[in-house]
Design a protein around this ligand. Sequence first.
Ligand code: C5P
Length: 221
Amino acid sequence: MAAATATPLVIAVDGPAASGKGTLARRLAAHYGLAYLDTGSLYRATALAVMLAGGDPADEAAAVHAAQALDPARFTDEQLRTPGASEAASKVAAIPAVRTALLDLQRTVTSKLPGAVLDGRDIGTVVCPDADAKLFITAAPETRAQRRHLEHAGRGEDISYEEVLADIRRRDERDSGRAVAPLVPAADAHLLDTTELGIEAAFQAALDLIEGVLRERGRSA
Ligand code: C5P
């Protein structure tokens, strides 16, 4: 449990698709008794709203309108996890005005006690540059594709490993190459490569890194 502190404890977990950041962030939130926000779901929900209205996710006006009118009830929508939604999410995410429209929502979560764990691409660099601890999770593209492929198969979706790998590479390129809030580790982020790690080992490594940072900063959790 997070102890009562004067300011919320904020942990930023960034990284590319299927790096393991979502699983780690969720577990860290449970461990410290903090709120959890999967910021990718905001971009996915925005993209999905545009698509359901028959629009093009790359259309700035439509995407900004969808971001401003975002319905949090949509965040758990099964359709958010499809490859089409992933691809469309990375398109709306490249539009600067969409990112601006989603900032307040993300910062509201981090402003409340006892704090929050957020996962995404730009949490440590843009959304929460003053986060108490920042992790940047990586893994080889092939490993990430295997994990995502298994998830799709678990939901009974018929998508080949090759398609998943191509989707991951395309999104990595778009997320890393965009002009605004690109996917890059914050200068003060701790890198964690999960290629060779199972969930338990990755969680323990993440916990060790965060505990080290909090100790250094004299911040208790
Ligand atoms: O994390 P997830 O794969 O669900 O994110 C979907 C897409 O949303 C990413 O490919 C990325 O383009 C975008 N995104 C972002 N910034 C975030 C979270 C997600 O640009 N903080």
